[in-house]
Design a protein around this ligand. Structure first.
Ligand code: 2U9
Length: 344
């Protein structure tokens, strides 16, 4: 029995030595130290031994079990260490490799033009006002001197949600709402940038959704010369210090008198070229003195207060500035179009 135990120990230690992974090692553990293993079997057979032999064999059996147990533990620690090292080697990161370049984005050309115009007017003391895109018929039309059935409503056909609620066709309702909030007390000096909607068929120069920036100044003694000086300053900051502007008579229901505003061509300086179609002038804005009806409807005394208003389309300004030939480019999100405005 003594020899059998010594032989088992030698066999087990050899197998432990040969085990190349944790699974194989566990198989050795089960085979030698398990309930059905040979050592347990030896211990079970101890009943047949003489009382003198029993403690000797018992002690030897425990020694063998202990030796196998220690060898298993040592080998397990070794295999686990090897596994960690293997994993670390496989997952090693070469920190000296060059990094992947980050692709930088840029602002949309429209956003850029809108922000440029905003900054320019903020510099002249204006504040920015915003309002809802889903608007009441009252603020979009009625408060702007466009009562139901007015023929000028046809030029701004909208998307109606209900009879009384629609997608705003211009940013003018924001001015009407802001004036109302002032409760008849000036001054009001705001610009209103934002998205507007019209029921229109899209083509190179029309879009059912576009942006506007409109401005409004209401105070005592505001005159048309104030409007002209303001817009001349704007034209020079936007298109170059030598620009001139001219007013041509026009009609808007919310202003009286109303004008179309041209700026001298920034491309040829006014001599005539393809950009200004040979005229030397480019139309950039509509404007006028706020109609007394509009002032009164918003709660201002039109005998005490006067005001001017103007409106422009940032798409048109961006198209002129960057030579863009189709308004649809702004909304198609073609990355090849957008990437051309990197750091212009
Ligand atoms: C109030 C009073 C007056 C806003 C104005 C224009 C002239 C104008 C268009 C130009 C091209 C917009 O982008 S566009 O389609 N705008 O010509 N807008 S005066 O007048 C107002 C607005 C609100 C309370």
């Amino acid at each position: 029995m003594k020899e059998r135990l010594q032989q088992l120990q030698q066999e087990a230690l050899e197998k432990i030595e040969q085990a190349s992974d944790l699974k194989a090692l566990n198989e050795v553990r089960v085979a030698y130290l398990g309930k059905k293993g040979p050592i347990t079997e030896v211990l079970r057979g101890m009943g047949a031994l003489s009382p003198e032999e029993r403690p000797v064999i018992g002690a030897l059996a425990n020694e063998v079990r202990q030796a196998i147990q220690s060898a298993l533990e040592a080998k397990q620690a070794k295999l686990e260490q090897e596994e960690v090292e293997k994993k670390l080697a496989a997952e090693a990161i070469d920190v000296t490799l060059p990094g992947r370049p980050v692709r930088r984005g840029n602002h949309h050309p429209l956003t850029r033009v809108i922000e440029e115009i905003e900054d320019l007017f903020i510099g002249m003391g204006y504040t920015i006002a915003e309002g809802p895109e889903v608007e009441k018929d009252y603020y979009n039309f009625e408060a702007l001197n466009l009562p139901k059935g007015h023929p000028a409503r046809d030029m701004q056909d909208s998307f109606y949600i209900t009879e009384e609620i629609l997608l705003r066709t211009h940013t003018s309702p924001v001015q009407a709402r802001t004036m109302e909030k002032h409760q008849g007390r000036g001054p009001v000096k705001i610009i209103c940038p934002g998205k507007v909607y019209r029921r229109d068929n899209d083509d190179a120069t029309h879009s059912h959704q576009f942006t506007q920036i409109e401005g409004l100044v209401v105070d005592e003694n505001i005159r048309m010369s104030d409007l002209k000086g303001t817009l001349r300053e704007f034209a020079r900051k936007m298109f170059g210090k030598d620009r001139e502007i001219r007013f041509r008579p026009s009609f808007f229901p919310f202003t009286e008198p109303s004008v179309e505003v041209d700026v001298s061509c920034f491309h040829c300086g006014g001599h005539g070229c393809s950009v200004c179609k040979g005229t030397g002038w480019i139309e950039i804005l509509g404007a006028g003195m706020v109609h007394p009806n509009v002032l009164e409807m918003a709660g201002f005394d039109s005998k005490k207060y006067t005001g001017f208003a103007f409106g422009m389309g940032p798409e048109r300004i961006a198209m002129l500035k960057y030579g863009i030939d189709d308004i649809r480019h702004f909304y198609q999100n073609d990355i090849r179009f957008l990437q051309q405005f990197h750091r212009v």
